[in-house]
Design a binder for this molecule. Structure first.
Ligand code: GTP
Ligand code: MG
Length: 188
């Protein structure tokens, strides 16, 4: 058959926002009662089983295939001491997933700063790559809506790249498929 287009996706966002939980949801579940949030179309092709979710050290790489694309996902650590690793992957990236903890009001300004640093970086600034935001942890009682998160991060100022924000609950897998379908549509 035709060779699938190979794309690199960077998964960024502050520590504890839910990046690894989101990526783990894309893997086949060990729990047979749980069908997973994603359609048959998505196949996890790495050999590694889904590990327990712990804070990521450095980064993890996962590979997935959809019907048209072969994805390499870089699940970066959001801890401040590792955030300087992010920029080394900007040049090679074809899309960005930026995850926000919708319940973390105190650090929304830190997330905004990191987003601005990312978008102003010389290797990202002039690239028209899609940016998908997950306003994650919508299940938390005091979670902000995706509209509110979008306002807090001034997403309306992003004029030169396609972007989208999806509310998600990574633990249940809610909202993930919608976001990934959008991302895939913008990488064809
Ligand atoms: P770093 O690797 O340190 O950058 O963090 P991360 O962004 O990968 O976060 P991780 O996936 O490790 O999740 C952090 C914590 O948030 C874990 O305890 C998850 O179970 C929890 N979590 C992730 N998504 C959700 C969600 O949608 N709702 C709730 N309530 N908790 C979540
Ligand atoms: Mg992680």
């Amino acid at each position: 058959g035709l060779r699938k287009k190979e794309v690199n996706v960077l998964c960024l966002g502050l520590d504890n926002s839910g990046k690894t939980t989101i990526i783990n949801q894309l893997k086949p579940s060990n729990n047979s009662n749980h069908l997973g949030p994603l359609s048959e179309e998505w196949k996890h092709v790495s050999q590694t089983p889904a590990p327990d979710i712990v804070p990521t050290i450095g980064f993890n790489i996962e590979k997935f295939k959809s019907s048209s694309l072969s994805f390499t996902v870089f699940d970066m650590s959001g801890q401040s001491r590792y955030r300087n690793l992010w920029e080394h992957y900007y040049k090679e990236s074809h899309a960005i997933i930026f995850v926000i903890d919708s319940g973390d009001k105190l650090r929304m300004v830190v997330a905004k700063e990191e987003l601005e640093t990312l978008l102003n970086h010389e290797d990202i600034r002039n690239k028209k790559i899609p940016v998908l935001f997950f306003a994650n942890k919508t299940d938390l009682r005091d979670a902000m809506s995706s509209v509110k998160v979008s306002q807090m991060l001034s997403l309306e100022n992003i004029k030169d790249k396609p972007w989208n924000i999806c509310a998600s609950n990574a633990i249940k897998g809610e909202g993930l498929q919608e976001g990934l379908d959008w991302l895939q549509d913008h990488m064809k």
